[in-house]
Design a protein around this ligand. Structure first.
Ligand SMILES: [Ca+2]
Ligand SMILES: [Ca+2]
Ligand SMILES: [Ca+2]
Length: 167
């Protein structure tokens, strides 16, 4: 991590090891996003771990220092991660595209207890990228995935579930 000194220079960098040698390795960090997952006013990091089949969360202490890695299981071969408030409870949740099992995992933020076990949403062949937004302005969050096999799929939120509309 490179912290901007305010004049466009970066006085230091900090390396954070994601692989702690457990059965849930964090190597092959495929994509990273930021969100204030613990609602303390500073943005934290969330990483999609391709070989670990998980998402790693590192909390920011507010001074740019990251705490220990906490890992949460998702589907197989996660390639993309985004942070949005999927269930509209005011807490940032994590959306992870799993390319090997054709799904998006939704990790709902439980506050101080971390994230609940992932919900699995089928999205079609090999999602390699994902974005979330309210595409038709109905007040509910939607997901679009880019498939490695070709095409783009869009799903609509039903609060927790997902109604998949196809490509
Ligand atoms: Ca935070
Ligand atoms: Ca939420
Ligand atoms: Ca919508």
């Amino acid at each position: 991590m490179l912290l901007n000194r305010g004049d466009g220079t970066f006085p230091r960098d900090v390396f954070h090891e994601l692989n702690d040698g457990t059965s849930f390795p964090g190597d092959f960090a495929q994509m990273i996003t930021t969100a204030d997952v613990d609602a303390d006013g500073s943005r934290d990091l969330a990483v999609a771990n391709y070989f670990g089949n998980g998402a790693s969360v590192l909390l920011n202490d507010g001074l740019g220092q990251l705490g220990p890695v906490t890992k949460f299981s998702v589907g197989s071969a996660p390639e993309a991660i985004a942070a949005r408030d999927w269930n509209a409870d005011g807490r940032s949740d994590l959306l992870v595209a799993n390319s090997n099992d054709d799904s998006v995992s939704v990790l709902l933020n439980q506050g101080s207890s971390g994230f609940a076990a992932a919900l699995t949403l089928p999205v079609g062949d090999q999602p390699a990228a994902l974005v979330a937004g309210d595409f038709e302005a109905d007040g509910q969050l939607d997901i679009a995935v880019a498939r490695r096999s070709g095409g783009v799929g869009v799903g609509r939120q039903g609060r927790i579930g997902l109604k998949y509309l196809g490509s």
